[in-house]
Design a protein around this ligand. Structure first.
Ligand code: G6P
Length: 612
């Protein structure tokens, strides 16, 4: 949601800003804009629509400035339009800013500034920020880089809500200022040039060295220096992080879409997730956790909290934790958990799963759990992301950057890592179950089985071609198969806009069956052996009512009357969701392609949901 980039150096800023915005397109947006500071004047160009359209305009403008900021906007306050797009400049055109987040008290601030002679052009909450900075700046007798920083500092103290901001000032064409609170912002360090961006992939082709700002820390950035300050404006030291992601890992590498590339990356991303955590005949290792038997023995309750796909990965972890570790586990949606006063004490472990590490609700839920005395563990894919700075413990999925909005490789890596974590808990607790060895062996086999699954995808592609015009799709499953159904259904609706819902098969007769009519498509996942007969009976009930059926299974189903069966390799029962989901990812992908949709950037959705 909203992408920020900024550049200061010796090169022309415009193409570098456009490149950064293009890399951040995956975050979801509806308009884009940039400001270049040239000869102490702003050139601000904004446009509703894609970055490509913006670049068609900016490339005609002969913008030679070497400092600039740019933004992709996902509309919250005010419809998508060029006026509402960022950057926003103050009434006197002295300050230009890009902002990600929401200013909750903007109406109050707008009123105050209006009374002080400031005028507003847009409907956004953001436009108060440059004006507020100007208000404080103009109160200073002398104007220096210090007073610029001071004005930004005082202005941000007035803001309620969340913000990541990049600011330029016409009086100081050699610096930009960045600050954040509860919204993501990273600073890339180059050689004679520096960058700001909402996320690491924007500038991976320029640098692998990044600084991560904490809440309410300020950075004053010139082409040769980056200075950091706290809220008292005392200079602070920050450590630089070397990010080893390959620049090409954020490129399509010949694939038509990032989603397809990421689906195909799964053998490797799962391998990376396994990393050094697991090998046969030795206990699983998590150096970053180092939990003792005493610590784990006093955990009476685990909450797994997340949003969207990450939450569905949590459903499988719950089954594993309860069955293998015998620890009572609840899975909760972060936006509910944070407001429902969950029962938490010092014997509670809260696990927060988030690919981006920036999901606002998940971070807020973690802060709540921490304030109530729980131990917090974040499972994230992005080093240095906001949640990793808040949690007591962090472990990474190492799936590499995921760009497509619809999550694929992050999900399979999350379940893989959680599976290893559960084995680690069980071993630490001294649970000597036979299943641990089988799980270990099966996890190590996952990359090869995923590869096998992806080696021939013709059947699912052809089936997508046959049915892509359906209006409604229902997904059914029991136990772990329900988890795959609900995630498969989410994938389909996200990128194909087809109405789709998932139900527990056993709930069919309690309502959903009323929706089944001739040619309704019902997708069912069938891997849990003990529940197989019951699930098949449910499918027969929909077939009797005229439904077409797509079955994802690891069993040989003979003499069946299903419309299409897709076979996946067998694995340990707890790991089946990792393999069952792959044909469903491809099914959603190919249906979206058949419908001619933008697979990577579905309408209204954002990759990183940084506001509530
Ligand atoms: C958005 C994305 C989903 C993702 C969810 C949680 O809704 O579109 O793909 O599962 O956020 O994101 P997180 O980064 O916290 O895993």
């Amino acid at each position: 949601m909203c992408g920020i980039v900024g550049y200061i150096g010796n090169k022309k800023a415009e193409p570098i800003l456009i490149e950064g915005l293009t890399k951040l397109e995956y975050r979801g947006y509806d308009s884009a804009g940039l400001t270049i500071l040239e000869k102490e004047n702003f050139k601000t160009i904004k446009n509703k629509g894609r970055v490509k359209q913006l670049s068609e305009i900016t490339s005609q403008e002969n913008l030679v400035g070497t400092i600039g900021i740019a933004h992709t906007r996902w509309a919250t306050h005010g419809k998508p339009s060029s006026t509402n797009s960022h950057p926003h400049n103050d009434s006197s055109n002295t300050f230009s800013i890009v902002h990600n987040g929401i200013i909750e008290n903007y109406q109050e601030l707008r009123k105050f500034l209006g009374e002080n002679g400031y005028q507003f052009l847009s409907e956004t909450d953001t436009e108060v920020i440059p004006n507020l900075i100007h208000y404080y700046f103009s109160k200073e007798n002398e104007h220096s880089e210090n007073t610029f920083l001071k004005a930004v500092n005082i202005a941000t103290k007035d803001l309620k809500g969340s913000f990541a901001i990049g600011v330029l000032c016409t009086h100081f064409p050699d610096i930009m200022i960045a600050v954040r609170k509860d919204s993501p912002l990273v600073i890339g360090k180059g050689d004679g040039e520096n960058f700001i961006s909402s996320d690491i992939p924007a500038y991976l082709s320029f640098t692998h060295q990044f600084y991560f700002l904490k809440d309410n820390e300020f950075a004053v950035i010139s082409k040769d220096s980056i200075d950091f300050y706290d809220t008292q404006l005392t200079k602070i030291n920050k450590e630089i992080s070397q990010i080893d992601w390959d620049a090409t890992s954020a490129e399509k590498n010949g694939y038509e879409d990032f989603m397809l590339k990421e689906i195909y990356e799964q053998p490797n991303s799962i391998r990376e997730t396994i990393g050094n955590h697991l090998s046969l005949n030795t206990p699983c290792q998590f150096d970053e956790l180092n939990f003792s038997k005493e610590f784990l023995s006093q955990i009476h309750k685990i909450y797994i909290v997340a949003c969207g796909t990450a939450m569905y990965a949590g459903l499988t972890a719950k089954t594993m934790l309860e069955n293998i570790c015998e620890i009572n586990t609840e899975v909760d949606v972060a936006s509910e958990f944070r407001y429902r006063n969950p029962l938490i004490n010092k014997n509670t472990l809260c696990i927060f799963i988030t690919q981006s590490g920036e999901t606002a609700d998940t971070i807020a839920a973690l802060k709540l759990a921490k304030s109530k005395g729980a131990t917090t563990l974040a499972v994230s894919n992005v080093e240095g992301s906001s949640i990793t700075r808040e949690a007591d413990f962090v472990t990474y999925t190492h799936a590499g950057p995921e760009i497509a909005v619809a999550s694929t490789k992050a999900y399979t890596s999350q379940i893989t890592l959680l599976g290893i974590l559960v084995i680690y808990f069980a071993e630490t607790l001294g649970k000597n179950t036979k299943i641990l060895e089988d799980m270990k062996k099966s996890i190590l086999e996952l990359p090869a089985k995923t590869e096998q699954l992806l080696s021939d995808i013709t059947e699912i592609k052809n089936f997508a071609h046959e049915v892509y015009q359906v209006k409604d799709v229902f997904f059914l499953g029991r136990g772990l198969d329900y988890n795959s159904s609900v995630e498969g259904s989410l994938k389909l609706k996200e990128i194909s806009y087809i109405h789709s819902e998932a139900f527990y098969s056993g709930e069919l007769k309690h309502g959903p069956i009323a929706l089944i009519e001739k040619d309704t498509l019902v997708v069912s996942v069938l891997t849990v052996q003990d529940l197989m007969d019951k699930s098949i009976s449910n499918i027969q009930e929909v077939i009797t009512r005229g439904a077409k059926t797509l079955i994802i299974t690891d069993k040989i189903l003979e003499n069946s009357n299903f419309t299409k069966i897709i076979k996946v390799p067998e694995t340990n029962q707890f790991l089946t969701p990792i393999l069952s989901i792959i044909p469903l990812q491809l099914f959603a992908y190919y249906i979206s392609k058949e419908k001619g949709l933008d697979v990577d950037k579905p309408r209204n959705l954002a990759k990183s949901v940084t506001v509530e």
